[in-house]
Design a protein. Structure first.
Length: 276
């Protein structure tokens, strides 16, 4: 069941950006600049979009060429940025493990220490299913500043069972880097706040923006990154373009909402066996 929240809020920064698809070096520069701005604004955590390190719609060959291990050069570079600016960073990247490539997201804390790595479990559409191998661990968590953080990626949050598993494991703040595209704006606008309410947690949903890719792999990412809270409200919302927005995970709101909302207490798991 949910853990007791900390006394102090955690300020987080949401980096809504597609960087430069295909250029890891440029994306690290964008990340460095954003980390500096986030730290100056008092943020303890910076959350980046899905596949931020390399770009999303860059084709299978480029994804596989740029993929690296969870402790590779990209992770080292992000760790250096995190430690220099004293801010934790959660970023998406293609992870190589032997011959397999996963759509992954990793959290590195403000000391530059790798804290958690998650592999996307629900692959969206033919592009992802052709490029990546699906992960098999649905709940990945770590702790930061007294909060229990859960990691997830994009399409994963659209499965209520996934988010409820995090709720039952005590996740306070769910980090969801995404590459959410037109015409599915309703996911950012409506579904994410509902997930936060029904599972009593904060959700940081951080998107790419603008056109990316060509031909059958051309997408229009819609932005609309948000921080949704357990009372169903959207605490901060980005527009459609490149943007860094800041919000706070309010410990008192989290505690009070969990005390008054009966969803998790009123569950009857014995009735849900058919869901599996």
């Amino acid at each position: 069941m949910p853990s007791s929240p900390p006394a102090q809020p955690l300020r987080i920064a949401l980096l809504q950006s597609s960087g430069r698809p295909g250029s890891v070096a440029t994306n690290l520069k964008v990340l460095d600049e954003a980390a500096g701005r986030a730290a100056e604004a008092g943020a303890g955590l910076l959350v980046c979009p899905e596949m931020f390190l390399t770009g999303y719609a860059i084709g299978k060959d480029a994804v596989h060429r740029l993929a690296e291990s969870a402790d590779g050069e990209g992770a080292d570079a992000v760790a250096e940025i995190a430690a220099r600016h004293d801010v934790a960073i959660h970023y998406g990247y293609p992870e190589r493990d032997g011959d397999r490539v996963f759509n992954s997201a990793q959290l590195i804390d403000a000391t530059g220490t790798r804290r958690a790595n998650y592999r996307k479990t629900h692959l969206f559409g033919g592009f992802e299913q052709d490029v990546f191998v699906a992960g098999e661990q649905p709940v990945v968590q770590t702790e930061l500043d007294g909060l229990k953080l859960g990691l997830m990626i994009c399409y994963d949050v659209e499965f209520p069972e996934n988010v409820r598993a995090h709720a039952l494991a005590g996740t306070d703040l769910l980090l969801v880097p995404t590459a959410q595209m037109h015409p599915f704006e309703f996911v950012a606008e409506s579904l994410v706040p509902v997930r936060a309410f029904e599972s009593q947690m904060y959700i940081a949903y951080v998107n790419r923006t603008g056109p990316e890719g060509e031909g059958d792999e051309a997408f229009e990412f819609v932005g609309l990154s948000c921080l949704a809270s357990p009372d169903g409200a959207t605490r901060v919302r980005a527009g459609r373009g490149e943007e860094l927005v800041l919000g706070e995970v309010d410990a008192a709101l989290l505690r009070d909402s969990r005390e008054t909302n009966p969803y998790l207490r009123d569950r009857r798991p014995g009735l849900y066996g058919s869901l599996a």
